[in-house]
Design a protein around this ligand. Structure first.
Ligand code: FAQ
Length: 311
């Protein structure tokens, strides 16, 4: 790579300018962005599945309408993100093929099952909460199309987070059984939510370069700490316990100290050994196959319109 081009690129990044699709960029920058944005897109699409599981069993029309809207938003986020990734030169078909072949990663969190209705609240509160914590700084990521996609995505995620918290607040006003369901959901989702931020900084192979190129604006551990600090008071307000005996406010640091994360579990889930990883991929492939006629019909319609325009 031409050192002058590289120096000019690095100067632009250091100056907080956005890099745009037609601008020169180092191949490693293109690669890591394609990797991160496509993984992010896959997470949104696979992330529709755990919630889709509860659409037919939502306890009221209001909750069903909210859940339907949220899942549609996630589909939309996936599509924006595939578009942003495509501007780097990989086609959507290639990315989707990699997902369906089990070669592409998506967030570990979506390999856990949704066992009770409170899980839907916990996903909104904790999973969307973690997603926002990670995505707000990505509005200032150095690649323009990714940064702009994050602006709208973050607005929608904050609605997702609030609907989840509201659902749990309402359940906490209910019967002892309902309150127990909320605690049970918290017990199962807390640790996997902390894992969403990725491996610890000293074990995160991509972080140093991504921070230097301002792809990532904050590190995995910094964001994880912010999430814990923001979420613990919300758990207290709900009236539930955080399943971590080592959790403690540290006056000196001005942050919560928290217990050790089970990184063996994290890496196993990353390797595709998550509790419902097989079901998720099976459902994705089935949705793709069963939707083939829709894609074909849309293409046929488009071809006919083009022929009419030409005539
Ligand atoms: N799961 O060197 P690092 C949502 C992989 S939010 C799986 O630290 P990096 C909204 C990582 O890819 C969820 N794999 O990597 C929603 C890398 O492998 P590679 C999606 C993980 O990229 C809510 C290796 O480990 N959000 O969907 C995970 O610098 C509710 C080494 O890690 C995003 O994707 C993980 N948790 O930092 C939808 C945000 N963590 O590729 C529905 C954008 C790490 O070298 C319902 N992404 N790995 O083979 C990012 O900010 C970053 O990519 C990180 C990882 C922070 C996730």
């Amino acid at each position: 790579e031409d050192p002058a081009l590289l120096a000019a690129f690095e100067a632009r990044v250091a100056n907080d300018e956005f890099i745009e699709p037609k601008d020169w960029m180092p191949e490693a920058y293109r690669r890591t962005l394609t990797r991160q944005i496509s993984q992010h897109a896959h997470s949104e699409i696979v992330g529709m599945l755990p919630e889709g599981n509860w659409l037919t069993r939502a306890p009221s029309l209001k909750r069903k309408a909210i859940l339907l809207a949220k899942i549609q938003d996630e589909g939309g986020h996936g599509l924006y993100l595939y578009c942003a990734a495509e501007t780097l030169g990989t086609s959507r078909e290639q990315m989707i093929e990699a997902l369906h072949a089990g070669k592409a990663k998506y967030s570990t969190i979506f390999n856990y099952p949704t066992l009770n209705w409170a899980d839907i609240g916990a996903i909104g509160w904790l999973v969307d909460g973690a997603a926002i914590m990670n995505q707000v700084p990505l509005q200032r990521t150095s690649y323009g199309p990714y940064a702009r996609a994050m602006v709208r995505v973050c607005k929608e995620e904050s609605f997702h987070q609030r609907q989840g918290y509201d659902l749990l607040l309402e359940m906490m006003k209910g019967t002892p059984e309902q309150r127990a369901m909320v605690q049970d959901a918290m017990n199962r989702w807390w640790w996997p939510s902390l894992m969403m931020f990725g491996p610890p900084d000293d074990n995160s192979p991509n972080s140093a370069q991504s921070i230097r190129w301002r792809i990532k604006r904050e590190t995995n551990d910094e964001l994880r700490q912010k999430f814990v600090d923001a979420t613990v008071p919300q758990a207290e307000l709900l009236g539930i316990t955080v399943p971590d005996p080592d959790l403690q406010w540290n006056e000196e640091r001005g942050h919560y100290d928290f217990g050790a994360i089970d990184w063996n579990e994290f890496y196993a889930v990353v390797r595709g050994e998550g509790p419902v990883a097989r079901e998720r991929m099976k459902a994705r492939r089935a949705a793709w196959d069963e939707g083939a006629w829709v894609r074909e019909a849309a293409a046929a319609w488009e071809a006919r319109q083009a022929a009419r325009r030409a005539a």
